[in-house]
Design a protein around this ligand. Structure first.
Ligand code: HEC
Length: 330
């Protein structure tokens, strides 16, 4: 019996070691070969919705919606959102009339009618946001084979890049929880939208290693590489930019099928905000954060109420304890 348990324990231990080793291998093989080829750490930004008292900036959400509508919506859907959400508290809070007008701009398929036919009608506030493509196949066909993802929850589905050795990963989690950092997705989206650059130039040294040319430096032997990888035999290889791809410093692997969607003066703001890529990126990111987390403000408010409640409870418990124990002390 005892033996059985012991051998069972040994098996668990070896399985554990195996898993740990596999994880180590997976992490080390995924690590980029060379500095310059890897994604830089995602810079943290100060968002109006950061921190325990964070709130969305209504004017920013409205501008962000405008950028989504005029630019991104030609390729990306937001199918978890309904037009009426735009008027709800905690969001852009457009007026009912504005929402009606926005919804009415799209044609929606409805039906069947009494004859069993499908028909189209103007959109209503209760409709979902209309996606630009009927199905993923159509979306791929229109985008060079790449699928523009639905953006409903993208701000939550992505996170910031942080360079820490794999064994310090738990430290990262603790740090983020302690600091209340929940804006990794937003920081990444901003970095992505502002991360289009020229493809870096690399030169191969006589020993076969690739070295990145500094900005402004040039050489006739230079090649454009999005990253440098190492084959199993240890040889370094320059990965060229693929056909129809774009270099982006924040995107994993640095080549993205999405062409730079933003440029200065592209969207006309009516509130006097700067019409720059940086401002558009910030506004549309805030809007996508709201789309992914429309109840953020309620959640934070409830958190504060709970803290106040617990503080009062703690004070009452302390006073009760003093009262009960006072009989023993005297
Ligand atoms: C011309 C079509 C087009 C437009 C316009 C466009 N995108 Fe994209 N987008 C794509 C495609 C295609 C992909 C998939 C890229 C890939 O997988 O390489 C993509 C991917 C993305 C991703 C996912 C990146 C990731 O980490 O996987 C985000 C976020 C995104 N787009 C945001 C936006 C925003 C915000 C706008 C508007 C400012 C926008 N896009 C405008 C085509 C477009």
């Amino acid at each position: 019996m005892f033996n059985k348990i012991k051998s069972h324990g040994a098996m668990t231990a070896s399985a554990f070691l195996g898993v740990a080793l596999a994880m180590l291998l997976a992490v080390s093989s995924a690590a980029p070969v060379r500095a310059g080829g890897e994604s830089p750490e995602t810079p943290r930004r100060d968002w109006s919705f950061s921190g325990i008292l964070g709130k969305y900036d209504r004017a920013q959400l409205r501008r962000g919606f405008q950028v989504y509508k005029e630019v991104c919506s030609s390729c990306h859907g937001l199918r978890l959102l309904h037009y009426r959400n735009l008027a709800e508290p905690g969001g852009p809070q457009l007026s009912e009339a504005e929402v009606k007008a926005i919804a009415a701009e799209v044609e929606v398929e409805d039906g069947p009618n009494d004859e069993g036919e499908m028909f189209t009608r103007p959109g209503k506030p209760s409709d979902r946001f209309k996606s630009p493509y009927k199905n993923p196949q159509e979306a791929r066909a229109a985008n060079n084979g790449a699928l523009p993802p639905d953006l409903s929850v993208i701000a939550k589905a992505r996170g910031a890049t942080v360079h820490l050795p794999w064994y310090l990963e738990p430290v990262k989690w603790v740090r983020e929880v302690a600091a209340g950092y929940q804006e990794g997705g937003a920081d990444y989206l901003y970095a992505l939208l502002t991360g289009y650059e020229d493809v870096p130039q690399w030169v191969q040294k006589p020993d076969g290693r690739w070295e990145r040319l500094a900005k402004g430096e040039s050489s006739d032997k230079a090649k454009e590489c999005v990253s440098i990888t190492r084959s199993a035999s240890g040889k370094e290889k320059c990965v060229p930019l693929g056909d129809g791809m774009n270099y982006n410093i924040a995107f994993p692997g640095h080549q993205i099928a999405m062409p730079p969607p933003l440029s200065d003066e592209l969207v006309e703001y009516t509130d006097g905000s700067p019409q720059t890529v940086a401002q558009y990126a910030e506004d549309v990111t805030a809007f996508l954060m709201w789309a992914a987390e429309p109840k953020l403000e309620q959640r934070k408010r409830l958190g504060i109420q709970v803290l106040v409640y617990l503080a009062i409870l703690a004070a009452l418990l302390y006073l009760t304890k003093r009262k009960l124990w006072s009989r023993l002390e005297h």
